[in-house]
Design a protein around this ligand. Sequence first.
Ligand SMILES: *[C@@H]1O[C@H](CO)[C@@H](O)[C@H](O)[C@H]1NC(C)=O
Ligand SMILES: *[C@@H]1O[C@H](CO)[C@@H](O)[C@H](O)[C@H]1NC(C)=O
Ligand SMILES: *[C@@H]1O[C@H](CO)[C@@H](O)[C@H](O)[C@H]1NC(C)=O
Ligand SMILES: *[C@@H]1O[C@H](CO)[C@@H](O)[C@H](O)[C@H]1NC(C)=O
Length: 339
Amino acid sequence: MAQICSQSTTITTTTTMFIPKPPPPLCTFLTIILLCILSFYTLHYPSSSSSSSSTIQRVAHFRQMFVTLSTNSTIATYLRALTLHPHLAGTKPSLETAHYVRTHFKDQGLNTHTVKYQTLLSYPTYASLSAYFSNGTRLDLPLNEVGRRSFNRKSGGDIGEDVVQPYHAYSPSGSAYSKAVFVNYGKDEDYRVLGVLGVNVSGCIVVVRKSEFLPRSEVVSKAGAHGAVAVLLYAEEEMKRFRKGFERGTVMKGLGDPLSPGWAAGVDGAERLDLEDSEVLNRFPKIPSMPLSAEAADIILGSLGGPVAPPEWKGNLKSMVSRVGPGPTVVNFTYQVGS
Ligand SMILES: *[C@@H]1O[C@H](CO)[C@@H](O)[C@H](O)[C@H]1NC(C)=O
Ligand SMILES: *[C@@H]1O[C@H](CO)[C@@H](O)[C@H](O)[C@H]1NC(C)=O
Ligand SMILES: *[C@@H]1O[C@H](CO)[C@@H](O)[C@H](O)[C@H]1NC(C)=O
Ligand SMILES: *[C@@H]1O[C@H](CO)[C@@H](O)[C@H](O)[C@H]1NC(C)=O
């Protein structure tokens, strides 16, 4: 007999679209250095000589130029400065990064030019995640890296305080209270295997391990198509100290600004699609998702009952997974996107 999450009486799910009323506060000015490369190009590589050279040669040329213009220690200094703090798009640190790059290009005598883009971005405002185990205990699962301060202290800087809360950009807001089920990588064949085992994920919160074959957007859309109400996605991690880490990323289909697919976002009053446009909506997932640390995933997966997981689902990383569920562990999931 199929085990179905939605038969449980404990389930409540609500999912609201990511869309706030337009014009959304999610829209934010994103300043990006543009034409730096072009400046480089004009200054050091006149167009007359470029027509016959291949792209590969040009790349090699610019690489060589970059390396000879700077010493190893200045390149190391740049890299250190650029990676010292998170600079999420649309935030102040992102603007400061742009200024840093512009200043250094100018110091090299390059013509630089900055352009303001208006793009639709998504930021988290609230998230909570807890697990209810069959032994009657409840556990609030970590939603951010813990111990990152002591970890960062080694590298000497006062860093880590501004670490971006783990989230999936463009996930809709939503909440779900339902049984957890393990769906391996969340590929079609994984759901087929579950079907053979008599597991129907409809109404469940699926726990998925990230693979390199399936983008996050596909993982979430396949889970939604199989009736799942929310997705928890974790990246396998072998090294113990990284198992508390989260993989942040987008769940939107395609690249760039969703409101200006294929053209420059919001520059000089350029046309932008409406948030309600089907072309826009089709790029956003229908069900909410959040990243999970490998450690937290293990706690949930190790507590599942139901059919035994196929051996290849256990991975090679000492995963605790032994059964696929659904349940008896119930997960309380809430994610709220900025508004
Ligand atoms: C800079 O680093 C590269 C790569 O490690 C090395 O090949 C090169 O010799 C270094 N140059 C100097 C001047 O130290
Ligand atoms: C899974 O359960 C849902 C809800 O009960 C049902 O609509 C769907 O047909 C089931 N899927 C399969 C493959 O049995
Ligand atoms: C209850 O079960 C969870 C998951 O298996 C486990 O982590 C926890 O230690 C258990 N608590 C008690 C009091 O047995
Ligand atoms: C689930 O979590 C939400 C948000 O933290 C909370 O308001 C709600 O009471 C929880 N539900 C249950 C059944 O624990």
